[in-house]
Design a protein around this ligand. Structure first.
Ligand code: MOS
Length: 712
């Protein structure tokens, strides 16, 4: 059978752009799909992490003897006996980060820091023993207090320059007709993905194998190889099904501890984190304190824009939540000043979390724009349209495309924005005050180098291999559709295998760049394979295989401002008796490149918007000053939006194919959350007449701010 029969060709056109259920959906709902903590291994031992109960200090001693005598216990690893690792390596993200180099010293940098790993024959034995392990600390006083007034805050770069300034800010503010000068805060927020971090490590004939749940097998190979001083070719990482990541599933303490234990014990060792451990060991979004100053002419044109953001980080690693970043893309002004600053505290290291920078930054900036619209007496959409920049406000580069106005026009039409009375606090339905709000969204559209392998099998099917990660996004399905179209066959003849570092280096599922980067490599390999088959070669038993590598093509992309854009709309009802805010409906219209699979893309965007509701109204991890730990570090204490909180949410898009991408993709993983919380907060103002600049908008905050109801 050849692969280019006319019948197949005619039915196979255009798999991309039409809705497809997930190719692994049946495996997932029947339980056939196995997650990292469930995959069986012969001779498996189980490691249980023991974490510090003090927020700062030194380990004086660890009483290992009683624990080693407990049933099934095989080893207790700690700073005095664990294998040494390289702590100053530079990871895939370009910065040295010793956060996960555990058991290397006696310092305790925060509460919940790993101080030991107890390994036993069963998970239950390991847990039992770990809970009885006595660790003696020399405790020191700690400092976990985050506030905008910290004198020890300093500007720091992260993945963008800390400071960007042009023009005379004070002069432009003085010359402005309308001014906004406010502080906005967002709390510590957690990823809270369903599947906990879990890894099994083993040595197989001199090769390190790790079965894991991560956002990029190539990434984890690279970091483990550097940490353990191994040739990357002698490390294999597999991660087939992943129950959510959101930025938190890179290299973490569990993989490192599992590799150490497998090395010491010469047998496979699994380490699974508890939910409570995840709250201190897998990163989180730092709280932010942001000051925004805007100055505009009477017609709404911005003369001055200042956005300064402060976040916290640990004493171990400097992580920057670049919340001042969106202002460098969204709006220009004669004077334009942005800065990201950080303060180091005795807390766990924060990390990337869905739309890092953009999610909290858009809350402040897009709230401030709404406040400016009110002061200028302008419709908030009109204000934004009047400030559409021609070029990147800071970079001066042209935009690859910028379809924000189209998103607002389509969104306004579908949401019914034209009928809106802009005055706040006027609409009432029983005890509910009603309001609507809007906000803009943007997120970077990039690509990373990837390799893919496409094989034409003798039975007429195709196998594509790529070290992609499907963290719930539908990436595997999208890649199947892209390959099918490139091969001009129907998707059911294409099998896409992912999550194995042996398939060659590939981009991570991060920065909204996963499917875009992998799609490029898959398209390239599949297109070349189709070309070879068109020459009419017989397919040998081992098949015909083509490899692609997009390093050169991705590297040749011209420097431009490359972003997705979006317009968020929310309608809320505020209960004046309880202070409860209910979102009644939400609409997001996005310009986010070509949409490969409308079914899973809509789900991605809606998921981000729901997280925006959650961010606006519910999520908040509260650190206890006395202990330095979190209150309620679990999914009971950390409230996320659930079914009853989520109304009718609609996501759609305007036509926006990226001309510089072979498939037209820009990436949709993160933009759904951007601006969503601001749209809700702006709607709460429209309902009540009260601005909420501190998230979440809790009932107590709403009640406290509402004018007292006259007695009936
Ligand atoms: Mo994302 S925060 O780049 O996984």
């Amino acid at each position: 059978m050849t692969t280019t029969t006319t019948g197949t060709r005619s039915t196979a056109k255009g798999a991309t752009g039409t809705a497809h259920t997930r190719v692994e959906g049946r495996d997932k709902v029947t339980g056939a799909a196995r997650y990292a903590g469930e995959i069986p291994f012969a001779d498996l031992a189980h490691g249980w992490l023991v974490v510090s109960t003090v927020a700062r200090g030194r380990i004086r001693s660890i009483d290992t003897a009683p624990v080693l005598a407990q049933p099934g216990v095989l080893a207790v690893l700690h700073h005095e006996n664990a294998p040494r690792v390289e702590t100053d390596y530079v990871g895939m993200l370009g910065v040295p980060d010793p956060t996960c180099a555990v058991f290397q010293h006696d310092r305790v940098p925060h509460l919940g820091w790993p101080v030991a790993l107890v390994v036993a024959e069963t998970s239950e034995q390991a847990r039992e023993a770990a809970e009885t392990l006595v660790v003696h600390y020399e405790q020191e006083s700690h400092d976990v207090e985050f506030s905008s007034a910290r004198p020890d805050a300093y500007p720091a770069d992260g993945y963008m320059p800390a400071v960007a300034e042009k023009g005379d800010l004070e002069a432009e503010l003085v010359a402005s007709d309308a001014i906004v000068d406010e502080e906005y805060t967002t709390p510590e927020e957690h990823h809270g993905m369903m599947e906990p971090h879990a890894a099994t490590a083993l040595w197989d004939g001199g090769r390190l194998e790790v079965v894991d749940s991560n956002q990029g097998a190539t990434w984890v190979v690279g970091e483990l190889a550097k940490m353990f001083s191994l040739d990357p070719a002698s490390v294999r990482v597999r991660s087939e099904h992943v129950g959510g990541g959101f930025g938190s599933k890179g290299v973490r303490a569990h993989q490192v501890a599992a590799v150490m234990a497998a090395t010491v014990l010469h047998r496979p060792v699994r380490v699974v984190m508890t939910r409570r451990q995840m709250f201190s060991l897998t990163g989180y979004r730092s709280p932010t304190a942001q000051r925004v100053r805007l100055g505009a002419d009477a017609d709404g044109r911005l003369r001055a824009l200042e956005h300064r953001s402060l976040n916290l980080t640990s004493t171990v690693h400097e992580f920057i939540e670049s919340a001042a970043g969106p202002a460098r893309v969204m709006y220009d002004a004669d004077a334009h000043h942005t800065a990201n600053r950080v303060v180091r505290l005795d807390v766990p290291t924060p990390t990337y979390m869905r739309a890092p920078g953009e999610a909290p930054g858009s809350f402040a900036l897009e709230s401030a724009l709404d406040e400016l619209a009110e002061k200028c007496g302008l419709d908030p959409i009109e204000l934004r349209l009047r400030n559409e920049p021609e070029r990147g406000p800071v970079s001066g580069l042209p935009f690859s495309s910028r379809n924000l106005p189209a998103c607002f026009r389509e969104g306004a039409r579908r949401f019914g924005w034209a009928d809106r009375d802009p005055r706040p606090g006027l609409r009432r339905e029983g005890r509910w005050l009603l309001g609507t709000g809007t906000a803009a969204a943007s997120f970077g559209a990039g690509a990373g180098p990837s390799t893919a392998v496409a094989t034409a099998e003798p039975d007429g099917t195709f196998t594509v291999r790529i070290a992609a990660a499907d963290i719930g996004t539908g990436a595997r399905t999208a890649l199947t559709l892209i390959a099918a179209d490139a091969l001009e066959v129907s998707p059911d003849r294409v099998r896409v295998r992912i999550g194995d570092s042996d398939f060659g280096p590939a981009m991570i599922a991060g920065g909204s760049m996963g499917t875009r980067s992998w799609g490029w490599a898959v398209m390239t390999a599949a297109t070349e394979l189709r070309g070879r088959l068109a020459l009419g070669a017989d397919i040998p038993p081992e098949g015909i295989t083509v490899r692609s590598d997009t390093t050169a093509a991705v590297g040749a992309l011209a420097r431009k401002e490359r972003h997705s854009f979006g317009a968020q709309f929310a309608e809320v009802a505020v209960d004046v008796t309880t202070g409860e805010v209910r979102v009644r409906r939400m609409l997001g219209i996005f310009a986010a490149g070509r949409i490969v699979n409308p079914l899973t893309a809509r789900s991605q965007l809606i998921g981000g918007m729901i997280w925006g509701i959650s961010m606006a109204l519910h999520e908040e991890a509260i650190r206890d000053r006395a202990t330095g730990g979190l209150y309620g570090a679990d999914l009971a204490g950390y409230h996320v939006a659930t079914h009853a909180d989520v109304p009718f949410v609609e996501a759609d898009w305007v036509d926006d194919p990226d001309p510089d991408d072979p498939v037209g993709i820009k990436g949709i993983g993160e933009i759904g959350i951007v601006g969503a919380a601001a749209a809700v907060a702006n709607a709460v103002w429209h309902a009540t007449g009260v601005r909420h600049r501190n998230l979440p908008i809790r009932p107590d905050r709403v009640l406290q701010a509402l004018p007292r109801e006259p007695h009936a």
